[in-house]
Design a protein around this ligand. Sequence first.
Ligand SMILES: [Zn+2]
Length: 481
Amino acid sequence: MPTHQAVWKQMNTINKTMLGLCILLFFHTARATPLTDSQQDFRELYRQLVEINTTLSSGSCTEAAEAMAAHLRSAGIPEKDIHVIVPADLPRQGNLVASIPGNSTDTGALLLLAHIDVVEAKPEDWERDPFTLVEEDGYFYGRGTADDKGMAAIFVDVLMRMKASGYRPERTVKLALTCGEETPNTFNGVRYLLQNHRDLVDADFALNEGGRGILDSDGRPLYNGVQAGEKTYQDYRLEIRNPGGHSSRPVPDNAIYRLAAALSRIADYSFPVEFNATTRSYFKRMSALSDGQTAADLLAILADPPAPDALARITDDPSFNAMLHTTCVATMLDAGHAPNALPQRAAANVNCRIFPGHTQEEIRQTLEGIVGDPDISVGFVDPPESTAPPPPLTPEILGPVEAVSRQMWPDVPVLPFMVAGGTDGRFLTPAGIPTYGVSGIFSDPATINKHGLNERIGVQALYQGREFLDRLVKLYAGDGS
Ligand SMILES: [Zn+2]
């Protein structure tokens, strides 16, 4: 005879299963629904953008920027508000900036930022041509489908729809489609625009890539993630020199051994765990979404001091670990000059992702201390960029995200997080334009394969992200009519 509690538990499981099925059905049956005219137009714009090769080696961002500018013109956005900006010495690294002026003179602009360049894609390695938009089994395949031409196409479409419907925003809505996000050492569009056309991109805040909705392993939406802040990227070069000699007469002092020993000490070192408002909120809300030991551990690490056992289990997960502290890892080695000679030089690249609030110089000194060998120099590979604390998730920022998310996915929480990788927010936020990653595009992080082979994005997830961002931009921009 089942107890009341057992029956209730069973009912609860059934309800949860039913809810799960409904959501699954929603995500899957929606696929069969014919596209509206407006979705069809958007799909065509997206196809065109994905199919323009914008890799550094053989593509052209300028061609993509011109193509998107033509769409804005056709929607009736006046020429004076559309700018294709091409650096004089880099004819293929073009950028597009456009705007729809707001009615209010005392509210700052909202900037919609997306990059249109993509990571290299060798067609011979791909199952499908990377520069043809292929729709298959509910996914769009192609280089840039997810990173970042989905958002770029959505933002162009948002401006076009705003113009077509005669929507007058209160705030000016600006769009920047930039080149060079993936290859910032050659050129970075955001940095370039900030230096040369600050007025065109100036804004109270910006929406960018970096945020995403997460599906669980059954394809159900787990949470809608909003990215606020990122770790600082810095490469360090460790180098030791030695007189060397003939390898038939080894001596104890060997550059490779000393560098290897220093790298082992770095491998053994763990930077102190720390939190900020974004990550505290992330771990707290993540605990509510988890169960069993993980749920308990995620709360226990927030205690002061964090519970050591819980911390050990949580840092086993590379994604959680990355959000808990600065990490430094050896990524490249370069040593010796001949197989039959004692090494005269040994060097390593150590890549650090620095927790916000620490300078690159502070971490350099920490590395020197860990290395503990006065003959090994620790230097910057590139000069440090300016940094900023994570942009604050004020109610003015988070409120509209939560409101639209509730409309579209009533039971799915909004979850703030910080990224360990980098986005163009690292240029905008320190320049005084707080930048947030939000997309409403749901994906299973295991299969989206950004930067990798057969990059893809869910077809319905993209259409829903389009709807989400359209509503969100209007909420932020306000109705000025
Ligand atoms: Zn990207």
